[in-house]
Design a protein around this ligand. Structure first.
Ligand code: PHE
Length: 450
């Protein structure tokens, strides 16, 4: 367990964790959910879920990871020897691999769209619905992109914590911000700006229902990568001096900013084209957007080219900084628990993801009739992880830190061994003990019973 990797700087800590958080969840899933659930009202509930439920889980994961300095399974063995808490760690490893498998399917589509947009193939009016359906349901093509994406992920993770994860996050995250800001600027100069902004900023409270709250919480957990020990693993690479509460706050802030800014890119553009609707669902990014880019820039193909190429590149970078964190959960576990080299551990994880990712990808084509509990592989993996494992994991993690772990240990982690009366640490501990478990528990029960 000696010679473990570690992040080299404070910036590295925040950018790597934010890299895990910022992903397809922000740029693809968030606008989809906002569009489906009525805009501003959903965003409001989402913000509450981030602050009151997901952030406490994030801080709890940071506490567990930094206190144990071990992978997510071993961390429970160290902090709760001989107790069944270790099962929470195993669930996280499994969830990480399952998420990586279906995530890489959407990331594979993104890779394909990035290449097509750079090749100019998305320019010119065409039936993008058919284009997307043809591609995603064809037997071989999407698989090649899934594998290519998993190999990219493999490459970064196998380089290790500092030379792989930290280095590439530091490179990709600033690039991602730059592209995002450029796109926001372009999008706010379009004709649908005011309609788009109204949709994003003026809440219609009548839209808030039980299922909207559920979706908002699921989205907050997914977007912040919490509940499966991903951030336990990352926090085990934090230094002694890393301030956990401010770091978590910064990661949540960056993640939320990217999600909201993605909304600012997508909705003004969507409203700029008559006949396009914001509630197109998962196809929003792969069908509606290329249509929108073409219609909006009908007389300026260069802008169309720039806008779409930058957009898909942005999505790809975001997906990659997240997928490496999913892979890392299991890689760290295998490497440390079975004394397999880091390289080989990564090979094992990538190989499992290749097999499961194949099943998820084929569930849009050849295997669309193969179902598990009435769902195709892709939907099943998505459902089991986002709706079941993440909330359950989040609940267990907050109960572990809030109620099981020695209070002094938790406080000394929260305050970096400093003043235990530190106000933000106290507030966080209250959220961890009461608000998050009760809130998550209620939403979770509701989910199970409905
Ligand atoms: N947070 C990532 C996103 O928004 C997804 C993710 C989930 C990453 C779980 C790691 C662990 O895309």
């Amino acid at each position: 367990m000696d010679n473990r990797g570690s992040f080299g700087s404070r910036l590295g800590v925040v950018l790597a964790s934010a890299g895990s958080a910022v992903g397809l969840g922000n740029i693809w899933r968030f606008p989809t959910e906002v569009g489906r659930n009525g805009g501003a009202a959903f965003i409001l509930v989402y913000l509450l879920c981030v602050a009151l439920l997901a952030m406490p889980v994030m801080v709890s994961e940071f506490v567990i990871g930094r206190a144990s300095r071990a992978n997510t399974v071993h961390s429970y063995r160290i902090l709760a020897p001989g107790k069944p808490w270790v099962l929470t760690g195993f669930m996280g490893v499994l969830a990480g691999i399952l998420i990586l498998s279906f995530y890489s399917v959407v990331a594979g589509w993104t890779l394909n769209y990035t290449i097509e947009s750079f090749g100019g193939q998305l320019i010119g009016a065409q039936d993008f619905g058919a284009h997307f359906a043809d591609f995603s349901s064809s037997p071989i093509r999407p698989l090649l992109f899934v594998y290519a994406f998993l190999l990219l992920t493999h490459f970064v993770v196998s380089k290790g914590v500092r030379d792989g994860i930290e280095r590439y996050s530091k490179l990709m995250m600033p690039l991602l911000f730059l592209i995002l800001l450029l796109l926001v600027g372009l999008s706010l100069s379009m004709s649908g700006t005011s309609q788009g902004l109204t949709f994003l900023l003026r809440p219609d409270f009548s839209r808030i229902t039980g299922s909207v709250v559920l979706s908002a919480m699921g989205q907050a957990f997914f977007s912040l990568s919490v509940g499966i020990g991903c951030l336990i693993t990352y926090a085990s690479y934090f230094g002694k001096e890393t301030q956990l509460v401010p770091s978590a706050f910064h990661v949540c802030l960056i993640d939320t900013l990217v999600a909201v800014l993605s909304g600012f890119v997508i909705f003004p553009t969507v409203f700029s084209v008559p006949g396009m609707s914001p509630d197109a669902g998962p196809g929003l990014v792969f069908i509606t957007l290329p249509n929108v880019f073409n219609a909006a820039f009908a007389h300026a193909p260069v802008l169309n080219y720039v806008f779409s190429a930058l957009f898909y590149l942005l999505l790809l970078l975001a997906a990659l900084t997240s997928s490496i964190s999913m892979n890392e959960i299991a890689t760290a576990f295998i490497h440390e628990n079975y004394h397999v080299s880091r390289q080989w551990s990564t090979v094992i994880v990538t190989s499992i993801a290749v097999v499961l990712g194949t099943a998820c990808s084929l569930s849009f084509g050849l295997w669309k009739d193969v179902t598990v509990f009435g769902m195709g592989f892709f939907d099943f993996f998505d459902y089991v992880t986002a709706k079941f494992m993440m909330p359950l994991g989040g609940l267990l993690i907050t109960v572990f830190v809030g109620w099981y772990l020695d209070r002094r240990l938790a406080l000394s982690q929260l305050t970096c061994g400093g003043n235990a009366w530190n106000r933000s640490a106290r507030v966080l501990l209250f959220l961890i003990r009461w608000v998050a478990p009760v809130g998550v528990g209620m939403v979770f029960l509701n989910e199970l019973l409905s």
